[in-house]
Design a protein around this ligand. Structure first.
Ligand code: DAH
Length: 354
């Protein structure tokens, strides 16, 4: 093969092929095609031998120029491709931080709401505040004295068995427990009242409690109670029953009523269990209420004189009543939640309903 007349055309063809290369592999193949041993350029160089010396010199110079241009174009394209590939790689592995700034761009931040148990606690507080009660709180870690002793439950008293307990520290310097009920807050309020001259007391005390219970449809090992305490002059069991009934109809609705059944608690005398009309069957009798038409919500009674003695209040001057019931149980009854465990499972499909 001779030297092509139009070396410029040969360079133009090479230029187009080089520009079309998209990857490192492409450019390697194109380089072989346009400047390798089998390229038209190499063939042309081989054809130089058949030319006259002058023509050979001239053609040789032009072919050398063409080779330099082509090799230069290949090198430049190779560098560009490397850069393009690196940019693509970086783009692919880039973390889009804007996704996490102030919620995501893809889906706007949704506003949450209070958990049903918190809503229930607030609603219960509202009812009692409307009846003239104050709201107080106490610690979740209690000493043996507050959780048991002052409430007329001495060591080894069988009533301790009613509250399966998480002990944090046994014995010296002091036994501490995760409180098993909110009743110890009664003791705190009464002790403070004795020191500050803060009697009479009309208070409700909501809070979290702990028991060594296995979770089931109606029990949680971590749950919530609301305690009530009235200490005043001339308080009777009728005040207790009236308060419970007013609360029940205010919170559950006019067709739900309360009844008190004799029971035993060491810190009240007499004591009663507090039941409300079953909210599932409205008193007809169903599986949930074991066909009785009533559901137990908590306990109550007149403050035992032994408790007054423990905190230093004169039981001949003052009388009082107390009650305590489950906040989670109230939520369950009011909203007809079949299984209480739903309250702790954080399933949005459940929580969003309230
Ligand atoms: N603390 C009791 C419990 O958790 C409930 C209770 C019963 C509270 C009688 C009271 C009461 O204030 O007077 O089972």
């Amino acid at each position: 093969m001779g030297v092509p007349d139009d070396i410029d055309a040969l360079v133009d063809e090479a230029r187009a092929a080089i520009a079309a290369a998209r990857s490192t592999e492409d450019i390697r193949n194109v380089a072989a095609l346009v400047s390798g041993k089998k390229s038209p350029l190499a063939a042309a160089s081989r054809g130089l031998g058949g030319l006259e010396p002058d023509a050979r010199k001239e053609a040789g110079r032009r072919l050398h120029e063409a080779r330099t241009t082509i090799e230069d174009l290949v090198e430049r394209r190779r560098t560009d491709i490397k850069f393009e590939e690196l940019s693509r790689q970086m783009e692919d592995s880039r973390v889009d931080l804007t996704e996490f700034i102030g919620g995501s761009i893809a889906a706007p931040a949704t506003r949450g709401h209070l958990h049903l148990v918190t809503q229930t606690r607030d609603a219960l507080e509202d009812v009692f505040v409307g009846m003239g009660f104050e709201v107080a709180e106490g610690p979740e870690i209690e000493t043996d004295w507050f959780n048991f002793g002052a409430l007329n439950i001495p060591p080894a008293h069988p009533a301790r068995g009613m509250w399966d307990t998480f002990y944090l520290n046994l014995g010296a310097p002091e036994t501490t427990v995760l409180r098993t009920h909110t009743s110890p807050v009664q003791v705190h309020l009464m002790e403070e009242a004795v020191v500050d001259g803060g009697l009479p007391i009309h208070a409700v005390m909501p809070g979290r409690c702990y028991r060594r219970d296995t979770p089931d449809a109606r029990h949680l090992p971590v749950f919530h109670q609301i305690e009530g305490l009235v200490v005043d002059k001339g308080i009777t069991f009728a005040d207790l029953a009236g308060t419970i009934e007013v609360f029940t109809t205010a919170y559950f609705g006019p067709d739900i009523h309360s009844r008190l059944r004799p029971a035993y608690f060491p810190f009240t005398e007499p004591s009663a269990e507090y039941e409300i009309t079953c909210t599932i069957c409205h008193g007809e009798g169903c599986r949930t209420c074991s066909q009785t038409g009533w559901i137990e919500l908590g306990g109550c009674g007149m403050v035992d004189p032994a408790v007054f003695d423990a905190v230093g209040i004169d039981p001949d001057q003052w009388t009082g009543f107390a009650f305590g019931f489950g906040i989670d149980r109230c939520a369950q009854m009011r909203h007809q939640i079949a299984d209480m465990r739903a309250l702790t499972e954080n399933d949005f499909r459940f929580l969003r309903q309230f």
